[in-house]
Design a protein around this ligand. Structure first.
Ligand SMILES: [Zn+2]
Length: 85
C-alpha cells in the first residue's frame, strides 16, 4: 500500500497534464505569426502567497502552469504562464 499512493499521484499528474495539453488552443509565434511552433517544456510552478483577509491570515498556494514554446521558423522562444483553475 505504501507504493500504491505515490504511483496513483503520478498517474493523476500525467492524466492532468495530458488533459491540459489537449485543451490548449493552437499557438502561433508572436514575432512572425508562424504556426510551426514547438512546445519545449511545460512546468507546474507552485507559488505560495500570503494573503491577509480581514483579521484572518490565510496561506494560499497557487499552481502556475508555465509553458515554453519555440518557433521553428524564426527561432523565437517565449513562455506563457497561466494560473490553474
Ligand atoms: Zn517565429
Amino acid at each position: 500500500m505504501e507504493i500504491l499512493l505515490p504511483v496513483a499521484a503520478v498517474v493523476l499528474i500525467v492524466v492532468f497534464v495530458g488533459y491540459l495539453r489537449r485543451s490548449q488552443p493552437r499557438v502561433s509565434c508572436p514575432k512572425c505569426q508562424s504556426q510551426q511552433v514547438r512546445q519545449v517544456e511545460q512546468v507546474l510552478e507552485k507559488i505560495q502567497q500570503d494573503s491577509t483577509m480581514g483579521y484572518a491570515m490565510k496561506l494560499d498556494v497557487k499552481l502556475i502552469l508555465k509553458t515554453t514554446y519555440r518557433c521553428q521558423t524564426c527561432g523565437h522562444t517565449w513562455s506563457i504562464t497561466a494560473p490553474e483553475k
